[in-house]
Design a protein around this ligand. Structure first.
Ligand SMILES: *[C@@H]1O[C@H](CO)[C@@H](O)[C@H](O)[C@H]1NC(C)=O
Ligand SMILES: *[C@@H]1O[C@H](CO)[C@@H](O)[C@H](O)[C@H]1NC(C)=O
Ligand SMILES: *[C@@H]1O[C@H](CO)[C@@H](O)[C@H](O)[C@H]1NC(C)=O
Ligand SMILES: *[C@@H]1O[C@H](CO)[C@@H](O)[C@H](O)[C@H]1NC(C)=O
Length: 359
């Protein structure tokens, strides 16, 4: 039954019809989801609850709701409340499912808009951030994590160096990218190189720019290879403690008229990309845009085959999640002062001679 239907759809894969000109709000699941690994997929996105550090909290919860989707413009919100533990408890985020797994050298832009507001009670530890991963291979394990923080609420980026006051030290200061000024921090989460761009001051409650300029900066200046594949592209909030509601009024990884959510360099790649997507193909000038229905995705009779793929990379794989961004360990000035001091060149030389002495 299932396979007959699938076969029929394979035989008649393209049913083309005229598209409505204006974007219409899609019928989506607007229920509230609170499970540790709950997901809601609304093409081209998946909302991940991703409460990977939940077991570290002494109490708390995290829920999220999709509000509306119009074209590629999504509105959603999350309410979280965490008590206890030191690390991040949840990274509730919107993951882009389409157009990723491309080499950085093939990407020309990733236009994105993100307007949000937050209400909180008392002091919170959290961020609001884009989170990207790159890999040596398409869909491979993560090598680099790139975070673009729009807000830092008493949290801090992963950093290899800290000053005597215990503050992370940027590797580059006052960078102008996407119309704003950023500091770049660099360190390791134990598994990946982590690059974190933080606004030099204040919070960015309304971002409208090209995410690719951050990647281009890293490939041109920080040794990230242009042959790395962008495997994960997410936008959400890492919550450690306190209580807040983050409302995303507008989130989008594209301009609604663009064919690809990520714009690729050559025309050839671009048309290939739009072919692969169920949504729309790029209308040539003066032509009506056309839409096509793709074959049913089921390959077997197992209903599990239709379950949404776990495309969230490290951020949503419970086994790997522990390697995901966590609060950096910031040694206190006292601890730093108490650390064993490295020996001088002369002292090392002397020690070497002593050890090499034949008895
Ligand atoms: C969080 O819990 C995990 C086990 O679930 C543990 O391995 C990890 O050390 C904890 N992290 C923090 C920061 O407490
Ligand atoms: C990625 O490639 C580099 C350079 O070849 C290699 O050193 C590294 O181990 C690779 N990492 C992974 C996760 O495959
Ligand atoms: C960055 O800009 C601020 C404000 O103009 C300035 O005080 C600071 O010295 C700059 N930092 C560096 C490293 O240039
Ligand atoms: C997003 O925020 C910007 C700046 O505040 C504003 O100009 C724009 O209208 C907002 N977009 C939407 C759709 O709310």
């Amino acid at each position: 039954m299932f396979s007959k239907l699938a076969a029929l759809l394979v035989l008649v894969p393209f049913i083309v019809f005229a598209a409505p000109v204006e974007e219409r709000a899609a019928a989506i699941d607007t229920g509230t989801h609170c499970g540790q690994w709950d997901t809601i997929t609304v093409t081209p996105y998946t909302l991940y609850l991703d409460q990977w550090g939940l077991s570290n909290a002494s109490s708390g919860s995290d829920c999220a709701t999709l509000v509306s989707l119009s074209g590629t413009t999504l509105s959603w919100k999350t309410t979280w409340n965490w008590v206890g533990g030191n690390g991040v408890k949840s990274y509730t985020n919107i993951n882009l499912n389409n157009g990723i797994n491309k080499k950085l050298s093939a990407i020309s832009s990733i236009p994105s808009t993100w307007n949000w507001s937050q209400s909180s009670s008392g002091s919170i530890v959290a961020n609001v951030a884009y989170d990207l991963f790159t890999s040596n291979t398409s869909g491979g394990s993560a090598v680099n994590e790139i975070m673009i923080w729009l807000a830092n609420f008493n949290a801090g980026p992963i950093s290899a160096t800290y000053n005597s006051a215990g503050q992370p030290v940027p590797v580059v200061s006052n960078l102008s990218l996407a119309g704003r000024t950023w500091n770049l921090y660099q360190g390791s989460n134990g598994a990946n190189n982590v690059f974190s761009f933080l606004p030099t001051s204040g919070t960015v409650t309304s971002f409208n720019g090209d995410i690719n300029v951050f990647l281009k900066y890293l490939t041109a200046n920080r040794g990230v290879s242009t042959s790395q594949f962008l495997t994960t592209l997410q936008a959400g909030t890492e919550a450690t403690s306190g209580s807040a509601t983050l409302t995303t009024h507008v989130h989008s990884f594209t301009r609604t008229t663009s064919a690809s959510l990520i714009i690729f360099k050559s025309k050839k790649r671009m048309s290939k990309e739009s072919e692969a997507k169920p949504a729309a193909s790029a209308p040539a000038t003066g032509e009506e845009p056309t839409f096509s229905i793709q074959p049913h995705p089921a390959k077997t009779n197992d209903p599990a085959d239709l379950a949404p793929e776990q495309t969230g990379g490290l951020a949503s794989n419970p086994n790997d999640a522990v390697f995901h961004a966590r609060d950096p360990h910031v040694p206190s000035a006292q601890v730093m002062a108490g650390l064993e001091q490295p020996l001088s060149r002369e002292e090392l030389h002397k020690r070497q001679e002593e050890l090499n002495k034949s008895s």
